[in-house]
Design a binder for this molecule. Structure first.
Ligand code: SIN
Length: 311
């Protein structure tokens, strides 16, 4: 009932982790592979391992989370070795996702050249939206730079590729970004990364709650669902049909998943709520989404995906 076709691939269900959550180590990744998630994605890798920002750098909040992790990761080779070792064990028709996030255009190109040259047969996600590295603005808020990077990437990269985008807040920006994305053979876009540079304050201590960047950090969870739905909808209605949309942001229940699918998402990523509940969340989300579909008389996601009604 939840079978999902994504590009040329078929998954048992649309649920997966959002990069950054439960995917730092091979143990985390093995746990996701063994869970009821339809797929999973690795932590965004840089060429060399990174410690990331000082702690505390992630805090759960009543309505979501704030983080400024700063791309801690074990480096490209660690995740690529895992991917090459494990990809045979995973059905070739349902490969997992590999995320990269270079600190510069040159690093992004080098990361992707290494993946291109390897035997990796999965899907690659280029993260253009990390808000947490001091001194490095989110690439995808710079439209000419985004186009320039994609031009360079598609001059040599031949494997399935998607981009992780930050949220946009203006219809003109949806139009401009969609026009750029439509020029390229992307397999997908992933909307949204956290809402960058929010500020959460503890009124008791009169202090911020995370250490990096004077407390400024990416906001996820329930706070961001309307923004995530708007971005999924805006891109699903503007991008050429070959470009799938992964919906990420504020999915805590089968109802949230249903709404993302109604907006046009194909796969669904879980960040904050996976951090709170652990990989058992995937069985719950599958059950809740199936119950909603059954109650509404739907037998497949394709019967309602993208069919949000206007008034
Ligand atoms: C981080 O490691 O700071 C989070 C990554 C992201 O938001 O892209």
């Amino acid at each position: 009932m939840l079978t999902t076709k994504f590009g040329e691939f078929t998954y048992d269900n649309p649920f997966m982790n959002a990069s950054g959550v439960h995917c730092m180590t091979t143990t985390d990744l093995e746990e996701l592979a063994a869970s009821e998630a339809g797929s999973f994605v690795t932590k965004s890798a840089t060429l060399a391992p990174r410690e990331g920002n000082p702690e505390p750098r992630y805090v759960d909040l009543a309505l979501g989370s704030i983080n400024s992790m700063g791309l801690p990761n074990k480096g490209l080779d660690y995740y690529l070795n895992f991917a090459l070792e494990k990809q045979e064990a995973i059905a070739p028709e349902a490969p997992f996702f590999f995320s990269v996030a270079g600190m510069s255009v040159e690093e992004n190109i080098e990361l992707l050249r290494k993946i291109e040259a390897s035997n990796f047969r999965g899907i690659t996600e280029l993260n253009l939206s990390c808000p947490n590295v001091p001194g490095k603005p989110q690439v995808a808020y710079d439209f000419p730079l985004t186009e320039q990077i994609l031009e360079q990437v598609f001059s040599f990269f031949t494997k399935p590729l998607g981009v992780k985008l930050p949220p946009y807040f203006d219809l003109a920006h949806f139009d401009q970004m969609a026009e750029i994305l439509n020029k390229f053979s992307l397999t997908y876009i992933n909307s949204i990364n956290s809402i960058g540079n929010g500020l959460y304050i503890d009124p008791e201590t009169e202090a911020v709650v995370i250490k990096p960047k004077e407390g400024f950090g990416g906001i996820g969870g329930e706070y961001v669902k309307p923004t995530a739905l708007a971005n999924v909808r805006a891109f699903a209605t503007r991008l050429k049909p070959e470009i799938n949309v992964i919906g990420t942001g504020g999915i805590r229940s089968g109802q949230d998943a249903f709404e993302h699918l109604l907006c046009g998402a194909t796969m669904l990523q879980i960040g904050t709520e996976l951090q709170k509940e652990g990989p058992a969340i995937f069985a719950r989300l599958k059950k809740e989404l199936t119950e909603i579909m059954t109650a509404k008389g739907y037998t497949s996601i394709d019967e309602f995906r993208g069919k949000l009604r206007s008034l």
